[in-house]
Design a protein around this ligand. Structure first.
Ligand SMILES: Cc1cc2nc3c(=O)[nH]c(=O)nc-3n(C[C@H](O)[C@H](O)[C@H](O)COP(=O)(O)OP(=O)(O)OC[C@H]3O[C@@H](n4cnc5c(N)ncnc54)[C@H](O)[C@@H]3O)c2cc1C
Length: 252
């Protein structure tokens, strides 16, 4: 078998080859007024393995006729029903929401994944999870899958109470929905202000900080300022004004 070439700083960083899947729409419905769920099936569901918090990359039609990559979290995998649930924030007439709005049973879409380093650290004494609407699928799924005995604090920034959802979990979980009000989602101090008043529990915490990139960066720096080591924080920018698709590494 060929050996992979030794790493060379001048070599372009290769994207890992992610498995490809053709997903077929089974159903689509509004979960809450701003969040639309699409249920998918795939004929290779038995091979589909992932960790809560991971996402898949959708190849969606763009207005110019090309195809664009958009990341969406795996909200739930129901092996008995044979479905994968994905929840789309309906923030405008952009490729992601347009796809979810128009999705009809039998439609197909190409995706790659699962991807993402976000994993649960069982050694932590407690867990902190923060994010905005785009992070509801990831945060709720991680909380659902946390084992009994785990302790978690989740802060989710949303416009108003219309975004709240119940979550069933065996873990000891406190969820706080933080209302932004009528202002647009995006760069703001709403989450940072709340985090600043959060009294850190005893023991070693593990933080997952996701959402709009500048908000993620501000929270990461805040936690580092309060004594968090870098390996205690997993952070990723899920979107930012003016950026189409993709994601931002936030590791400074
Ligand atoms: C790992 C990962 C997991 C994610 N999981 C989910 C998920 O489960 N559900 C989900 O809805 N999103 C999720 N996102 C975020 C989603 O990929 C982005 O919001 C993406 O830009 C949406 O594509 P679009 O076609 O709607 O808009 P784009 O064409 O990408 O962007 C068009 C314009 O809309 C703005 N925009 C993008 N998203 C938002 C938003 N949420 N609110 C306001 N303005 C926005 C952009 O900044 C840009 O100006 C995830 C992102 C990552 C990286």
């Amino acid at each position: 078998m060929d050996q992979p070439p030794a790493y060379n700083a001048e070599m372009p960083r290769q994207r890992p080859q992610l498995p490809s899947w053709t997903l077929t729409v089974v159903d689509a419905f509004d979960l809450t007024p701003g969040l639309r769920r699409v249920l998918f099936s795939t004929d290779r569901l038995a091979d589909f393995a992932y960790k809560p918090g991971q996402d898949i990359v959708f190849f969606l039609p763009l207005e110019n006729g090309e195809t664009g990559r958009r990341h969406y979290t795996i909200r739930k995998l129901d092996r008995a029903a044979g479905t994968i649930a994905v929840d789309f924030v309906m923030h405008g007439s952009t490729p992601g929401p347009n796809f979810a709005r128009q999705a009809r049973a039998g439609d197909t879409v190409e995706v790659k994944g699962p991807r993402g380093r976000v994993v649960f650290n069982p050694d932590a004494d407690w867990h902190l999870l923060t994010g905005d609407e785009t992070c509801i699928p990831g945060i709720l799924h991680i909380l659902e899958e946390m084992p009994a005995g785990a302790r978690a604090f989740a802060f989710i920034e949303v416009q108003d109470a219309g975004w709240h959802q119940p979550v069933e979990t065996r873990a000891d979980v406190a969820i706080e929905w933080i209302h932004r009000g009528n202002g647009p989602a995006g760069p703001s101090s709403v989450m940072l202000d709340r985090l600043s008043t959060f009294a850190l529990p005893e023991g070693r915490g593990q933080a997952l900080i996701i959402g709009e990139t500048s908000n993620v960066r501000a929270q990461r720096h805040h936690l580092i300022g309060r004594g968090f080591a870098r390996d205690q924080i997993a952070s990723e920018g899920y979107w930012r004004p003016g950026r189409n698709g993709g994601h931002d590494h936030v590791d400074d």
